[in-house]
Design a protein around this ligand. Structure first.
Ligand SMILES: O=P(O)(O)O[C@H]1[C@H](O)[C@@H](O)[C@H](O)[C@H](O)[C@@H]1OP(=O)(O)O
Length: 800
């Protein structure tokens, strides 16, 4: 029995998203456009899936290589319109065609429409024009198929004169879901060639070459989706994001990539006199908050102090009380704003860091123990003779800050006491005067008004001075904290920081796409949603770069970029408008991406996510070079980069798995057996990584399988994500069909070749290089692992 598996591969690209991301690194808060088509709805597609039986060749003993041409006869017309054709199936009289024929919703197809299927035998396909001979044909009405039992027809193929039977053809109708009324689908079939490989139109790659203005934008970013529809089993979706390696292509790789450059920079910095002090993202955020409080409160306090003096000069008790109340409130807020340890520790660090300081080591933010502080202090007693104007560390009096800070409170208390006294006096004298002569009260205004002002004035000035003193010190220390991070932007490492930003930006664009797609496909999966907020999301990258020459640098960039994604957290919020753009906030050490969902979808989320819980990412990268360059690396070069990356990331993957088993209920995985399977797979992956076998592609299969089982997001990357990536994702798809959907082993290679020849990857190549050829030559392919070689006729010289 044959199992019919209908596969739809979908690709989509969000160019707008990437354009705007370019902006995001120069702004602290930005948004980026995300085409609303990211929600890949299941399409209503009229898909014909044909298969022939017992075909008869014109000459005996000839092996048939057949394909079917599909033509349409519209009811009102009498002309046949050539519509599409299947792939060529070689060497069999019972061909099963994997390329279905789709009619998108907007195509005018009615019950009375007739479809003609013509089978050809291909004699020679080595030339550009295929030499073929007619074998047989048949025609049927759409109504017959639609109304047939099980939506299937078996038709007889006849010769052109209608006399001789040359076999049968079976046609199946596959409905791939429906769109709601009035909806137009963003994903269209290929207009010229209506095949199952659905390609979203893309203009993004038009005119792109690895250019400076595009360096923040990922290369050839696509969603590769396989939708498996099988009458016996549940439909399944398999998504892989394919993208060029996130790397600083424009800067080049002459001096290596980020891994090497960063460790070189670190080593150099360790040897120089001054080292930056590390402040955590929370501390840098706190420093910003303190600065903004200063900027907000200082002018407010000043104006309330002036109002107080004004009330005093007016001798207006009520107004005086009100002004004092406001002044007290704001001053209290001001004093509280500096309670933080950070200001104290940063002041000490600032004094210590000044030129001529005794301390050679960087000052440690406050949590250094007293003993450590003493040791540092005693470490270099008389090392450097300092300028007099610069305080010696030992001269720096930590208590001084407390005094300065407390003086604000004290001077406010003086003001309050004075106002109380004045009001009290005023009360007493007005009672007395009122008792004797009411008209005397008017004179008092003139007489004592000056007194109030004069008595309060010096106290208010003192308050302002004390505040000014606090502001000066706090501003200096907070600016010092912020400058520590900027110190890394000094000329010698500016290029390095830029490089890291470029790589990170590319990686982030892909991650945001991957997260949103995963969220939409997992919205009804409570287990996945629970995993998302209790554990976080696994994001697994498969790298196919070689560890030779430029690509080694690329791999180094990619490894750092992917690792930097650990600093990204996601938050899901309810969209308040039709605008579903994700919002990015934060800075280098800590980003939050807010993903907006329409109310109906948001409702489906667990309470924790609805309440804004931050969702963590666990990115991992496994790389296996597969091309001829990797052969050179293995023979004459060095593969330790790849080995180290795989080893490090295996540890990260194990950590994720551990967290997963600790935090998720034991029965959360789809099958009871899966937990054990996962352990076995991890062990297997571990052994394969240890084995240091050449071009060990088993590593990639194992890592991808583990990721799928752990509900992760999959990425596949090579340099341009069009050639090697295409080989890998198609192999992955066929392997899934074999392992999960009973694709018979006899069909494995054919399905693989068919996907590579007819599927959407060749369309991706066409979009990139305007030619349906993978950029490989024979010699290169000889170095490739067997299942990574595309079929004859699909590769060759192309200008890439
Ligand atoms: O998609 P890739 O595998 O990175 O494309 C390579 C291809 O593998 C190689 O054979 C060819 O010589 C080119 O270098 C391709 O890279 P481009 O970035 O030039 O497309």
């Amino acid at each position: 029995m044959r199992t019919h598996i209908h596969i739809l591969e979908l690709m989509s690209l969000w160019h707008g998203a990437l354009q705007k991301l370019q902006v995001f690194l120069v702004e602290t808060k930005s948004q980026f456009t995300f085409s609303q088509s990211f929600l890949l709805r299941i399409l209503f597609l009229f898909v014909l899936s044909p298969a022939c039986k017992d075909l008869v060749a014109a000459t005996r003993d000839r092996k048939l290589n057949t394909f079917i041409q599909v033509s349409v006869l519209h009811p009102a017309e009498h002309i046949l319109t050539r519509y599409s054709s299947t792939e060529i199936v070689e060497g069999t009289k019972d061909p099963l065609f994997l390329t279905g024929v789709t009619f998108p919703p907007e195509y005018p197809i009615y019950e009375e429409t007739k479809i003609k299927l013509t089978v050809y035998d291909v004699k020679d396909k080595s030339q550009d024009t295929v030499s073929r001979s007619f074998l047989g044909c048949t025609t049927f009405r759409v109504a017959d198929l639609v109304k047939s039992k099980e939506q299937q027809l078996t038709l007889t193929l006849k010769t052109s004169d209608g006399g001789k039977t040359v076999g049968t053809i079976e046609v199946n109708l596959v409905k791939m879901g429906e769109l709601e009324d009035g909806e137009t689908d963003p994903i269209t079939t290929d207009a010229q060639d209506q095949k199952c490989a659905l390609v979203r139109e893309c203009t993004a790659t038009e005119g792109i070459s690895g250019e400076k203005t595009l360096e923040f934008i990922p290369i050839n970013l696509h969603l590769q989706r396989m939708h498996v529809h099988s009458p016996q089993l549940k439909d399944s979706l398999y998504d892989v994001i394919t993208v060029g390696a996130p790397a600083a292509h424009f800067q080049g790789f002459k001096n290596g990539g980020l891994r090497k450059l960063l460790s070189k920079f670190e080593a150099e910095r360790r040897n120089t006199g001054y080292q930056c002090i590390y402040y955590s993202p929370e501390n840098t955020a706190k420093a910003k908050e303190v600065l903004s409080n200063i900027n907000h409160l200082q002018p407010l306090i000043s104006s309330h102090a002036d109002l107080l003096l004004n009330s005093a000069s007016q001798h207006s008790p009520d107004s005086l009380k009100n002004s004092l109340k406001m002044l007290s409130e704001k001053t209290e807020l001001f004093v509280h704003a500096f309670k933080d340890q950070l200001v104290r520790s940063a002041l000490l660090a600032l004094y210590t860091a000044r030129p001529g300081s005794v301390l050679k080591k960087p000052a440690v933010p406050r949590n250094t123990t007293e003993e450590e502080g003493d040791l540092q202090h005693q470490g270099h007693p008389s090392q450097i003779k300092r300028q007099d104007s610069i305080p010696h560390h030992s001269e720096y009096d930590e208590e001084e800050w407390d005094r300065v800070w407390a003086n604000v409170g004290k001077s406010l208390n003086c003001v309050i006491a004075m106002v109380d006294r004045l009001l009290e006096k005023d009360n007493v004298s007005s009672t007395k005067e009122g008792e004797n002569d009411p008209s005397a009260a008017d004179c008092k205004v003139f007489h004592t008004g000056g007194d109030w002002y004069e008595q309060l004035y010096p106290l208010v000035i003192t308050l302002k001075d004390c505040m000014g003193e606090v502001v000066t010190r706090a501003k200096q220390s907070m600016a010092f904290v912020l400058l520590q991070e900027l110190a890394c932007g000094l000329p010698q490492c500016l290029m390095l920081t830029l490089r890291r930003d470029i790589v990170f930006s590319q990686a982030l664009a892909g991650l945001v796409c991957g997260f949103i797609i995963k969220l939409h496909t997992g919205l009804h999966d409570q287990g996945f949603l629970q995993q998302l907020h209790t554990v976080g999301l696994l994001v697994q990258y498969e790298g196919l770069l070689s560890t030779y020459s430029e690509e080694a640098g690329m791999l180094e960039d990619m490894a750092v970029g992917i690792s930097d994604l650990q600093k990204v957290m996601f938050k899901i919020i309810e969209a308040k408008s039709e605008d579903f753009l994700p919002i990015i906030t934060g800075r280098r050490e800590h980003y939050v991406i807010e993903v907006q969902l329409p109310a109906k979808m948001f409702e489906l989320l667990p309470q924790e996510i609805k309440e804004g819980k931050l969702l963590r990412m666990y990115p991992v990268l496994f790389n296996v070079g597969i091309n001829e360059q990797q052969t050179l690396a293995e023979r004459f070069g060095d593969t330790t980069l790849q080995e180290n990356i795989n080893q490090e990331n295996l540890e990260l993957l194990k950590e994720y798995y551990k967290l997963f088993t600790e935090k998720m209920p034991p029965d959360c995985l789809p099958h009871f057996q899966e937990q054990n399977d996962l352990k076995g797979l991890l062990e297997n992956l571990h052994q394969n990584i240890q084995a240091k076998k050449r071009k060990n592609v088993e590593i990639m299969w194992l890592a991808a399988t583990i990721c799928r089982k752990l509900n992760g997001v999959r990425f596949t990357c090579c340099k341009s994500a069009k050639d090697r990536t295409s080989m890998s994702v198609t192999l992955e798809q066929c392997s899934i069909l074999r392992d999960e959907h009973q694709l018979h082993k006899d069909f494995f290679i054919r399905a693989l070749d068919c996907m590579r020849r007819e599927g959407c990857r060749i369309e991706n190549v066409l979009k990139n290089v305007k030619c349906r050829k993978y950029a490989f030559n024979m010699i290169q392919l000889m170095a490739f692992p067997k299942y990574y070689r595309p079929p004859e006729g699909t590769y060759g010289k192309a200008d890439t």
